[in-house]
Design a protein around this ligand. Structure first.
Ligand code: C2O
Ligand code: CU
Length: 572
């Protein structure tokens, strides 16, 4: 008697429970992580040295989340004698500008023994990064990837069977302090080219198959050829590739396999098939690779230095096919990579990857309210070699800008304006010769009207040695439209007319090629203070960046945890 009446009851209860589960799973999740940041002895390239680790790992773990989720990372600084701060590269931090992790701009450093909790929403799907943003600490290994998937049911404009992450780095055996002190010395002592390149944190110093006379002979056991992944014939793989090199521009390839580029910095691009991918520090790409080659053998995956004289052996890893030994060296010699000094294919590839996927064009506003022409120069300032933008070499103030600007603390940074639109003598400036003028060191900032449309034209020049380098520029807090790349000196009337306003892709990091210019557009609609800088660790350390403020008065109450350094609130 009781049973028949209970059954529908149970079904109703069960149904309601399942419904609420379904609703829950569609809702945003909160991902909690607790990270101990500490030095450990690591042999990433078979050479043991101290590395800054996340819970003992260098590089750190990949964070995974779904669009709309909240990521909470409690960072415990166990470095004993060193500050830290972690930047979530590519996450715009809308509504949480204090969680950007940029020491000196958005927060005070996290002191040894202290904890700091980053809490932010990942509002866009895509491939992102994280890394230390204090001094040159990134060089010591604190970095990793952050992958945000599309919400359930959202279809991407391509399909694949499986995905893997590929984090590219360069690696030195000297400590971050030896490097930084050398850069600040008069005369400058440059640490030189990296000892190794790493793929997913693995390199082979002294036994790279790509080293002159290299081979497995001198290798110790921990130095086996790293496996990239194992492919099943016929399947398609999405590789989420990110570069967190400190210096090197790279070319990445998988022997015998072409790659279809489908995503850049969290935006879908018009698919482009490439044999090899140029990737600059701070950029991410997704490429699709089809396992369509002879499955009875393995293939090389390689990253090579480009843009600087190649003194570092290329990094090698193995793409194996199912059934083969995943670390068996391929039967062919390792690929040599493109000529390091041929910029033409790099510029051509940058241009070919600058279009958004036709179904995912986010229209750019038709015209800017303001244009910042940023002349990139290397100057000698008070005997020190520094990088400068429009003659100003950036030095972070002791009080984070977000705190001093929001609270109106006077004298906490240099509040004279940086040269507004151009280096005084831009028109007569000879970009092909080393700079004649000196420049100054300052902590100035550009104040942008909230909601305004800003164009930035980055103009490259010859450095003090007469050479012009590649500078990957990264903007915090925003994505920008990539409007164009050009050679030589930007001519406002002529070149702005050629900007791509039809289908420009959005990115957060863009290459400035030797002696060329790069133009981007963004909307200053994210209240806060944001760093825009060259992603080469030594260059930003030597002043290659600008600080942008927009709508700081609209930022809600600042958390106390970002304060405690520099000027205090009472001190007006
Ligand atoms: Cu990934 Cu301010 O940098
Ligand atoms: Cu640079």
């Amino acid at each position: 008697m009781a049973a028949p009446s209970r059954r529908p009851m149970l079904a109703v209860v069960l149904g309601a429970f399942l419904c609420s589960l379904a609703a829950l799973s569609a809702e945003a999740k909160v991902h909690h992580h607790t990270w101990d940041i500490a030095y450990h002895r690591k042999s990433l390239d078979c050479f043991e040295k101290l590395a800054v680790t996340v819970n003992g790992e260098a590089p750190g773990p990949t964070i995974r989340a779904t669009q709309g989720d909240t990521v909470v990372v409690t960072v415990r600084n166990m470095l004993e004698t060193e500050n830290t701060g972690i930047h979530w590269h590519g996450i715009r931090q809308r509504g949480s500008p204090w969680a950007d992790g940029t020491v000196g701009v958005t927060q005070c450093p996290i002191l040894p023994g202290e904890s700091f909790t980053y809490r932010f929403v990942v509002d866009r799907p895509g491939t992102y990064l994280y890394h230390a943003h204090y001094g040159m600490q990134r060089v010591a290994g604190l970095d990793g990837m952050l992958v945000v998937s599309e919400s359930d049911g959202v279809v991407e404009p391509f399909t694949y069977d499986e995905e893997h992450t590929v984090l590219l780095m360069d690696w030195w055996h000297k400590s971050v302090y030896e490097q930084a002190v050398g850069l600040a010395s008069d005369p400058l002592e440059f640490v030189g080219e990296p000892q190794s390149l790493l793929i997913n944190g693995r390199g082979m110093f002294g036994c790279s198959p790509a080293a002159p006379g290299g081979g497995a002979a001198a290798c110790n056991a921990s130095c086996a050829l790293p496996a990239l992944f194992t492919a099943v014939p016929g399947k398609t793989y999405r590789l989420r590739i990110g570069s967190l090199t400190s210096l090197s521009s790279l070319n990445f390839e998988i022997e015998g396999h072409s790659m279809t580029v489908v995503e850049a910095d969290g935006h879908y691009v018009r698919p482009v098939v490439v044999d090899s991918l140029f990737v600059y520090s701070g950029e991410t790409y997704s490429v699709l690779v089809k396992a369509d080659q002879d499955p009875s053998r393995n293939y090389w995956a390689a990253s090579h230095v480009v843009g600087r004289r190649r003194k570092t052996p290329s990094a090698m890893a193995v793409l194996s096919y199912a059934g083969n030994d995943p670390r068996a060296p391929p039967p062919t010699p390792p690929p040599a990579g493109p000529a390091w000094d041929d910029a033409a294919p790099r510029v051509a590839q940058s241009r070919s990857l600058a279009a958004a996927h036709p179904d995912h064009v986010l229209p750019a506003p038709p015209r800017p309210d303001r244009t910042l022409l940023l002349l990139n120069t290397q100057n000698r300032i008070d005997g020190h070699v520094r990088w400068a933008i429009n003659g100003v070499s950036l030095r972070f103030p002791a009080t984070p800008y977000l705190v001093s600007m929001k609270r109106g603390l006077r004298g906490a940074y240099d509040d004279q304006r940086p040269p507004a639109d151009a280096y005084d003598n831009y028109r007569s400036y000879d970009i092909a010769s080393p700079p004649a003028a000196n420049g100054t060191v300052a902590s100035a900032a550009y104040r942008l009207a909230l909601g305004s449309v800003v164009d930035v034209v980055l103009q490259n020049t010859a450095a003090l040695n007469g050479m012009s380098e590649t500078h990957p520029w990264h903007l915090h807090g925003h994505d920008f439209w990539v409007l164009g790349y050009g050679e030589g000196k930007f001519e406002p009337g002529r070149d702005a007319a050629k900007f791509n306003l039809r289908d420009p892709v959005m990115k957060n990091t863009v290459a400035l090629h030797p002696l060329g210019w790069t133009a981007v557009r963004f909307v200053a609609d994210n209240p806060g203070v944001w760093l825009f800088h060259c992603h080469i660790e030594a260059h930003v350390y030597m002043g290659m960046g600008v600080v942008l403020e927009e709508g700081v008065e609209k930022v809600s109450r600042l958390p106390k945890s970002i304060m405690g350094c520099g000027r205090s609130e009472g001190h007006n």
